[in-house]
Design a protein around this ligand. Structure first.
Ligand SMILES: [Cu+2]
Length: 152
């Protein structure tokens, strides 16, 4: 004979299972998005044929961009508002810059102003998303617990 008290924990666990699984799923999603969980990346931009290739980058705060003059004439990398510049880059010379703050950075070559490029820093993934997903997972768990408490 199976007593009622022995069956109860199994029933409780089964009812909680969807909440536990959804919470685990959301945590798994949130972890790679959490600040600091991701290693900084170095991105390469080639300056060739009077063009920045690629001319549009989507990076995360803390990432580094290396521009290399693969062309045959002097170029530079200058922020559109003049906040910073690489100075003259002779063929084969490089310019390295790390972007720490969320921003959309437009730049151009001041020698050939039709050459333009953009670095989007952390704007592709909303800043709140990791926190949002963790909170959502915890809410799922909490709702599951509340539902079980009401049943028993
Ligand atoms: Cu140029």
């Amino acid at each position: 004979m199976i007593s009622k008290t022995k069956r109860e924990p199994v029933t409780r666990f089964r009812a909680l299972l969807p909440a536990i699984l959804s919470a685990m799923f959301l945590f798994v999603l949130a972890v790679p998005l959490a600040p600091g969980a991701r290693a900084a990346t170095t991105w390469q931009v080639s300056i060739v044929n009077y063009d920045f290739q690629p001319d549009s980058l989507e990076i995360m705060p803390g990432d580094t961009v290396v521009w290399t003059n693969d062309g045959t004439v002097t170029h530079d990398v200058t922020e559109s508002g003049g906040a910073w510049t690489s100075g003259s880059l002779l063929p084969d010379e490089t310019f390295t810059k790390t972007f720490d703050t969320i921003d959309v950075v437009n730049y151009y070559c001041s020698i050939h102003p039709t050459m333009t490029g953009t670095v989007s820093v952390g704007t592709e993934i909303p800043e709140f998303s990791s926190t949002f997903l963790v909170v959502l997972g915890m809410m799922g768990l909490l709702i599951g617990v509340v539902v079980i408490r009401k049943k028993h």
